[in-house]
Design a protein around this ligand. Structure first.
Ligand code: GLN
Length: 232
């Protein structure tokens, strides 16, 4: 007998203004069961988002790293407005890494002139994020990230609560400004625990680059949140 298995169609866009597209695309595809990953029952389509029309039918969006000051120069008011409208739909999920986290933060410390205003409509995370918190390019580092959310660590076969983080001229979250913020991960530098990943409603921001490692947990969590929102 032929059994037809229903698969949920999920469309993910990756804002392709400054690169980072192929790394995020591979990480997403590696999450799927058919590619040896942990997410089952999802028919995934990934596309670049460069224009407003690319937002059509998207369920999730990744805002990759790069240079947030460049983002603020390249992204038009209209594009930011459309992205903001799209992300205010609570069925849509937004995932920002590094410069993406800066773009999504309501308060930016050490901001590029005009940057905070430019992104304000898109900024839905009630946090203060400090740009270049760890220093310059030469202070970039790789280190242990402590995962505080079981729904993320569960995607590791050993349920490990530690992952490897790549921090490139990375920001850090220096203040949580709402009880609605969920703390997802921290790093410890010079004996100080620093927040590097948060979530609020349909938005998640990370200070590091999970797409530059083979660890699919963050992208798997992102896909699982999209599925949850589609089903709710
Ligand atoms: N330091 C960069 C900024 O201010 C972010 C770096 C990154 O995305 N890797 O936007």
């Amino acid at each position: 007998m032929f059994v037809h298995v229903l698969r949920m169609e999920v469309n993910v866009g990756i804002l392709a203004i400054q690169g980072g597209f192929s790394e995020h695309e591979s990480a997403l595809l590696n999450c799927l069961k058919e590619n040896g990953g942990v997410i089952d029952g999802v028919a995934l389509r990934v596309r670049k988002v460069t224009e407003i029309c690319d937002l059509q039918d998207l369920n999730g969006l990744i805002i990759p790293g790069g240079e947030s000051s460049v983002n603020s120069q390249i992204m038009s008011e209209e594009m930011i407005e459309e992205l903001a409208n799209w992300s205010s739909n609570q069925k849509h999920f937004v995932f920002g890494t590094c410069a993406g986290l800066i773009t999504m933060s309501k308060n930016i410390e050490n901001a590029f002139p005009g940057q905070e205003n430019h992104f304000s409509k898109l900024a839905k995370l009630d946090v203060t994020t400090s740009r270049n918190y760890f220093g310059r390019q030469q202070n970039s580092f790789e280190g242990k990230v402590f995962i505080k959310e079981k729904q993320i660590s569960k995607y590791d076969e050993n349920m490990s609560e530690i992952c490897f983080g790549v921090f490139i001229r990375a920001p850090a979250i220096v203040s949580i400004n709402s009880v609605d913020i969920k703390l997802l991960a921290t790093v410890v530098v010079d004996n100080k625990e620093i927040i590097v990943a948060v979530e609020q409603n349909n938005c998640m921001g990370l200070a590091f680059h999970p797409e530059l490692t083979n660890d699919i947990r963050w992208h798997a969590y992102f896909l699982s949140r999209i599925v949850q929102l589609c089903e709710s």
